[in-house]
Design a protein around this ligand. Structure first.
Ligand code: FAD
Length: 581
């Protein structure tokens, strides 16, 4: 039995993303406002005083694991901090020009009218990683404790299943499971309210949801993966302030996908590609889709003579309003992406994350006022969300992702009609279409698909030998293999620790999965973590997990068709380094 230190806090925020940093800061501000009113005798109940607030983050610094596009709608940051620009919010550029391109293999069609959801003029292009670093500084100035290198590995409950805090991960356990000389047990952070803001596919949110049934009666969540590179391009190839969104090449019409290019200062661009993790063809490789995207003549021309400077990948929860879990339970609230606050149509979640955090803060203030941290008080979070602009925005696009489940064309027609009719579904979507993304992956033997092929033809590891990527060669100038890209993600994990990717039954990998899907983990992982390697003892291919490459995108936990991969937090500080991404 390990003896663990217990630290008593008032509120613990798990994850230092925009949702929780905004929540913590707003909570401090609201307490001050409340206490000032009480002091002035403005009829408020009683002073709250100084609360112990902690934000814990698994990355080695705040921002280390933050990856986004990013064009930010400033609506929420303005509410949080009206003078955010004067206070030094590190926005890079203001959007001056929008474009929507439809790409065929060789050609580009520039939409004469940019669809309203993709209009970004006047919004801000920024590095979300930098913005979170800045927000964390603001939190510290306000007296909030920020603890990087502190992964929360477990929820803590009382005998009635009320959340009473989180346990942080142990340090110094060797890969053989034995304690190393630097062993340090994780601590139990006890809190009256715990707020989960872990981002897409939060590992604790997953535990909590399963235990308390927070997604009962909700539609299954669907995810996408965004694969991104930062490039320094040749002067004049892409102007600062320009925002391009693309549809078409290289996705097939049955696969949800699209690209983006955002022009930052000093000839730097953010370029990336989103692939829906509800694809049918098990041969799809989202990293290869992105590399192929860059070979389009119009995209390659922008990148010609330029240099890739950084890489990253992260999942995105795309399901929207109908997939939102219950947002509260006794002692706990869920905010931001881990509670599905992202607007999938606009691919924007920063503003909704910030606003959800602020509403959570106001709910927490109410809980301290009434000294009641049960669902009875915390349920007001749900009400606040539904009375805010978040509801108006997300409810309008509630059927957006669902309408692409039958392919691109029905998705486009349906979302056009939805735009005109306040989001109504238009007969293209049936109840059966609402399944978790991984359930849509087709087996190779499937007769009905257009992509059947034998497992022998499949690409091994990172070699794009398959028909889909036959013309793709990683030339290391325009296109990069996964290992080269992972190097540019600055990933580091201590190799002498147990793998944080728990594959619950590797026998399935070597047998059923090899036959039925040709081990799609080798392809859907954007960081070459999973490899099937011939083992002379068993005389078959066995799964090898290169966990130290992991960029924490959670795609494996999401997309595995057997749902036998469980992503848990590794030792604190391990993972990518997305500084400036
Ligand atoms: C490729 C891509 C492009 C995007 N483009 C845009 C865009 O242009 N505009 C826009 O508005 N939105 C965009 N989004 C969405 C936007 O980034 C998210 O909606 C937003 O970051 C969500 O904020 P969050 O605070 O909920 O989570 P996150 O930003 O994901 O932050 C979560 C934090 O919690 C930490 N964490 C997770 N689990 C634990 C744990 N157990 N213990 C400790 N720490 C933990 C993580 O390391 C991370 O730092 C994009 C997303 C992606 C992936």
């Amino acid at each position: 039995m390990i003896e663990r230190e217990q630290l008593e806090m008032d509120v613990v925020f798990v994850g230092a993303g925009p949702a929780n940093l905004a929540a913590a800061l707003h909570l401090k501000n609201e307490i001050k406002r409340h206490d000032d009113l009480v002091e002035k005798g403005a009829g408020k109940s009683r002073k709250i005083g100084n609360l112990e607030i902690a934000v814990i983050e698994k990355g080695s610094f705040v921002g280390a694991h933050i990856l986004s596009g990013a064009v930010m709608d400033p609506i929420a940051i303005r509410e949080l901090m009206p003078d955010f620009l004067a206070q030094g919010c590190p926005v890079d550029s203001v959007v001056t020009e929008d474009a929507a391109w439809y790409l065929t293999e060789k050609r580009r069609f520039n939409a004469p009218i940019v669809p309203p959801p993709l209009k970004n003029k006047g919004k801000y292009i920024l590095s979300l990683s930098k913005m979170c670093e800045w927000l964390a500084e603001k939190c510290e100035e306000a007296g909030i404790n920020i603890f990087p290198e502190f992964p929360a590995s477990e929820m803590l409950y009382d005998a009635n299943d009320a959340v009473i805090g989180v346990r942080t991960g142990d340090k110094g356990i060797g890969k053989d499971g034995k304690h190393k000389p630097n062993f340090e047990p994780g601590v139990d952070l006890l809190a009256k309210v715990t707020v989960l803001g872990e981002g897409s596919r939060g590992s604790l949110a997953k535990q909590l949801t399963a235990r308390l049934g927070l997604d009962d009666d909700k539609e299954p969540q669907v995810f996408s993966i965004g694969v991104k590179e930062l490039w320094e391009v040749h002067g004049g190839n892409f102007p600062e302030g320009k925002v391009v969104h693309t549809l078409g090449f290289p996705s097939d019409t049955r696969t949800y996908g699209g690209g983006w290019i955002y022009g930052l200062k000093n000839n730097v661009i953010s370029i990336g590609y989103v692939t829906g993790l509800d694809y049918e063809d098990p041969m799809i490789d989202p990293h290869a889709e992105f590399q192929k995207f860059k070979t389009h003549p119009k995209i390659a021309a922008i990148l010609k003579g330029g240099k890739m400077i950084k890489y990253g990948a992260k999942s995105i929860n795309a399901g929207g309003y109908y997939t939102m879990p219950k947002l509260y339970a006794d002692g706990v609230l869920l905010v931001g992406d881990c509670a599905s606050f992202l607007n999938g149509q606009r691919i924007k979640g920063i503003h909704t994350a910030i606003k959800s955090g602020m509403l959570a803060a106001e709910t927490i203030l109410g809980a301290f006022e009434h000294e009641d941290f049960s669902s009875k008080t915390l349920r007001y979070f749900d009400e606040k969300v539904n009375l805010s602009w978040i509801y108006d925005e997300l409810y309008r696009v509630r059927n957006f992702h669902g309408s692409f489940q039958k392919g691109r064309w029905s998705g486009l027609i349906n979302s056009g009609l939805q735009h005109l009719t306040g989001g109504m579904a238009w007969g293209f979507i049936s109840k059966e279409d609402h399944v978790a993304g991984y359930e849509r992956m087709q087996k190779l033997s499937s007769k009905s698909d257009g992509f059947s092929r034998s497992a022998q033809e499949t690409p091994k590891g990172d070699t794009p030998a398959d028909g889909r990527y036959a013309k793709l060669a990683f030339d290391k100038q325009l296109t990069f293999d996964k290992i080269t890209d992972v190097f540019h993600a600055g990933v580091a994990h201590d190799e002498d620790q147990p793998s944080h990717l728990h594959v619950l039954d590797t026998e399935i990998c070597a047998t059923r999965c090899a036959e039925e899907y040709a081990n799609p983990c080798q392809r859907f992982c954007p960081a070459a973590v999973y490899e099937m390697e011939f083992d002379s003892k068993t005389e078959r291919n066995e799964l090898k997990v290169n966990f130290s490459n992991c960029v924490h995108c959670k795609t494996c936990d999401i997309a595995d068709p057997y749902q036998i991969i469980n992503w848990v937090t590794p030792e604190g500080g391990g993972g990518p380094n997305y500084k400036g991404m």
